[in-house]
Design a protein around this ligand. Structure first.
Ligand SMILES: CC(C)(COP(=O)(O)OP(=O)(O)OC[C@H]1O[C@@H](n2cnc3c(N)ncnc32)[C@H](O)[C@@H]1OP(=O)(O)O)[C@@H](O)C(=O)NCCC(=O)NCCS
Length: 174
């Protein structure tokens, strides 16, 4: 088992968001917005049109500086690739910061924004990552997520893109 599952309940307080560094802009993208030629967004639009997501809260948060994307994070509703989620749950994933801009708080800032947008009372948010990814785990823990279990990612016919994240061992949360 090499996938770590983290969970945050909406009852945890959302601390004030750190300020966006000078010159940077934070942009939201949703499947009904224009996509340009970004292959990930085109795929998401198709999945949205096919109603593969449980609801319409799919949101990409991006942080940009002078036309360059420095950071991206995706909030995803439940769909077939995440069978461990309950109806109404959301997941923070696809977190990436440009290598030259890591450890400057951009990922924490964008997780904060996701919480401000979605962390209503009772809202459960998942964070799933490779259990060897120290930076990602530090981000999850620092953002108020608690270890919820461990599992694996399936690869039907060797294709990771269509695989599922399976939560094989669920921890009892205090
Ligand atoms: C994981 C990743 C998104 C973190 O982005 P970042 O912008 O550097 O993160 P931040 O600067 O906001 O740091 C968030 C927390 O993680 C900690 N952290 C970041 N990088 C770390 C590292 N390499 N080792 C240990 N801790 C680290 C920070 O100290 C901070 O902790 P704190 O809240 O206790 O202060 C970035 O390293 C990345 O893009 N990695 C490659 C893609 C990836 O693995 N994504 C995760 C997939 S789920």
């Amino acid at each position: 088992m090499n996938i770590a599952f983290f969970l945050r309940t909406g009852d945890a307080a959302v601390p004030p968001e750190p300020p966006l560094p000078e010159g940077m802009t934070l942009r939201l993208w949703r499947p009904n917005d224009k996509s340009g030629r970004d292959p990930l967004r085109i795929g998401v639009k198709i999945q949205h049109l096919l109603s593969l997501y449980d609801d319409d809260r799919y949101t990409e948060i991006g942080i940009w500086f002078e036309g360059t994307r420095l950071h991206r994070l995706i909030v995803t509703p439940r769909w077939h690739r995440f069978p461990f989620m309950d109806r109404g749950d959301l997941q923070i994933g696809g977190v990436w910061t440009h290598p030259a801009w890591r450890r400057r708080g951009l990922a924490s800032l964008s997780v904060h924004r996701a919480h401000r947008l979605f962390a209503a009372p009772g809202q459960r948010l998942w964070y799933v990552t490779d259990s060897a990814n120290g930076a990602s785990i530090a981000l999850a823990k620092g953002s108020g997520y608690r270890p919820a279990g461990e599992g694996r990612r399936t690869k039907p016919l060797g294709i990771a893109l269509v695989g599922q994240y399976r939560l094989d061992r669920r921890y009892t949360l205090a």
